[in-house]
Design a protein around this ligand. Structure first.
Ligand SMILES: NC(=O)c1ccc[n+]([C@@H]2O[C@H](COP(=O)([O-])OP(=O)(O)OC[C@H]3O[C@@H](n4cnc5c(N)ncnc54)[C@H](O)[C@@H]3O)[C@@H](O)[C@H]2O)c1
Length: 524
């Protein structure tokens, strides 16, 4: 047995270097020649292809990226049955061997990172830097949880007394159902799946219907690396498939990342114990947010403006951590609005496969319509401060011009609901306390930001904030595995922190063994 080397984050590519850009373009050319590709259902060694789901390029919806079937109820049940079988074998594999296999899956992704980044560009409309970061984060999750599971397998020390031996160790729970979103199409499923597998569970993955091929390549990586086929299954389909999977009574743990409406529905279903069910379902639920950034009167706008623009508009605002409300001290609000408007007016909006593009399309037509609806509603009571409509507007694709709207009616839904697109609202506040009150009124509590120069203010905001991740004097997106364990509170999630030291505990059951060690005679 060889120990894995210490964890480090996979370095992202330096896109200013021509060699790195060429590497990515070669990956895109390789992929492009092969599209569209099938993204099958994969249960044990059986694969089924189909054309019920058509995944298209958000930047050019006529380009088909992948075709996929929709799992039937029988296939959902078969996938769970296979995973039940797979669980027996995989849970018996020692933690360090499972870790070595996950690390090999990370190496598989690393060796193909250019093609996989290109796939994120095509299937999810991610600009290059974001696409590369997605692959790096997937690698990080595999490597991080592999090591974490080895540490967890050592158990915990308990109090010992003479004549008694106490041990605490962690056992896997059984079948994990993973239901994933499209916005980190490789990284997020990789994280949830890796946590389940590293701790000895069998996993059935249902990727988002918008990104079935990204889900497929992840399962391919794991199987090629040595995860037995029945320990990792793949279902394709939409919400109904997800609902059927999480509703199966044999599922022990549900790991879900997605919208709040769906997350809450999953929690209700999971709470229902049906006839024949032997185990309470545990839910690991990560949901949406309404992320606020507070800017105090002493903030350094040279720092704040670029960080706010990145937080609100990178990947067209489609990160769960993205900034959507800016709460600015009235003393510098006019200055900030003027500079923010200038910064948004020069954003590079266009095809994500062009280097240097900062804002690509949103994922699909309904997303564009949703953002437009919120923008219209916000503009009805507020002032449009910036609206970045590029001179050469792309002819195709679900592009949505980045927009900043100030002084919106406080009762407007746009201030409370998740928009999930390139729309930022700005409000004036008389103090940081007032800003904290507004944050506190929200049921969401995912990420938050603060720009200020006074350490006392930082302390006050830290003490009051309900959010799961607070970023001070920096962008509020881009959490790194191991450095910024990530996850929300309140209606944003169950408080689990992906990429953190406690995450794996959600996938295991503690078992305490107590042995009387005083001998009462020898058995010979
Ligand atoms: N908190 C986080 O870490 C985090 C990270 C990324 C995205 N998100 C959130 O995800 C959302 C965007 O992703 P989305 O549009 O894919 O979310 P979504 O909730 O629409 O879908 C997520 C997944 O759930 C499935 N699904 C839909 N209905 C279901 C049901 N009734 N039962 C079971 N599964 C069902 C979908 O098919 C998909 O695979 C945003 O709200 C964003 O904030 C949160």
């Amino acid at each position: 047995m060889t120990d894995l080397p210490p964890f480090h984050n996979e370095p992202v590519l330096e896109l200013r270097r021509a060699a790195h850009r060429d590497e990515l373009l070669a990956g895109l050319a390789w992929l492009q020649e092969r599209l569209p590709l099938p993204a099958p259902i994969w249960i044990g060694t059986e694969r089924r292809e189909g054309r019920e789901l058509i995944s298209t390029d958000p930047a050019d919806p006529e380009r088909v990226v992948a075709t996929a079937p929709v799992a039937t109820p029988l296939e959902v049940s078969a996938a769970v049955s296979a995973a039940e079988q797979g669980y027996r074998r995989w849970s018996a594999v020692p933690a360090h061997e499972r870790a070595a296999i996950l690390s090999r899956a990370a190496a598989w992704l690393r060796a193909r990172r250019a093609t996989l980044a290109a796939l994120c560009v095509r299937e999810a409309g991610k600009p290059w830097a974001e696409a590369d970061a997605d692959v790096c984060e997937a690698i990080d999750f595999l490597e991080f949880y592999a090591r974490g599971a080895v540490a967890l397998a050592r158990g915990r020390a308990l109090f010992q007394v003479p004549g008694e031996r106490n041990g605490l160790h962690y056992a896997p729970r059984g079948v994990v159902a993973v239901v994933a979103p499209w916005n980190f199409p490789i990284a997020i499923p990789a994280g949830m799946v890796a946590a389940g597998l590293a701790t000895g569970n069998a996993v059935v993955l249902k990727p988002a219907e918008q990104t079935p091929l990204c889900g497929f390549v992840l399962v391919e990586a794991l199987r090629d690396a040595g995860v037995p086929p029945d320990a990792i299954g793949l279902l394709q389909g939409d919400g109904d498939t997800g609902a059927a999977l999480i509703g199966d009574p044999r599922v022990a743990t549900i790991a879900f990342t997605g919208s709040s409406a769906v997350g809450l529905e999953i929690m209700r279903t999971a709470a229902d114990v049906v006839s024949g069910q032997k185990q309470l379902k545990r839910t690991v639920i990560e949901m949406g947010g309404k992320n606020c950034v507070i800017v105090d009167a002493d903030a350094d706008l040279d720092d704040a403006i670029p960080a706010i623009v990145r937080s609100a508009f990178d990947y067209a605002g489609q990160k769960c951590s993205a900034a959507s409300r800016l709460l600015v001290h009235e003393a510098l609000a006019d200055d900030l609005l003027e500079r923010l408007s200038g910064a948004v007016d020069v954003l590079q909006v266009g095809p994500p496969d062009t280097f240097g593009m900062e804002v690509g399309p949103v994922i699909e037509r309904t997303a564009r319509e949703r953002v437009a609806r919120y923008a219209q509603q916000a503009a009805a009571s507020g002032t449009v401060v910036a609206h970045r409509v590029p001179a050469e507007r792309p002819q195709r694709g679900w592009y949505c011009p980045p927009i900043v709207i100030a002084d919106v009616d406080p009762a407007a839904p746009v201030l409370r609901e998740e928009v999930f697109g390139p729309l930022l609202t700005v409000e004036r506040v008389a103090s940081v306390e007032e800003a904290c009150d507004r944050v506190d009124e929200l049921p969401f509590a995912l990420t938050g930001g603060l720009f200020c120069r006074n350490p006392d203010t930082v302390e006050r905001v830290v003490a009051r904030t309900p959010v799961g991740n607070l970023y001070v004097n920096r962008a509020i997106t881009g959490a790194m595995v191991g450095r910024q364990p990530f996850g929300g509170n309140r209606l944003s999630g169950t408080g689990t922190k992906a990429g953190g030291p406690d995450y794996l505990l959600h996938f295991v059951e503690p078992l305490v063994v107590t042995e009387n060690t005083v001998r009462h005679g020898l058995v010979v």
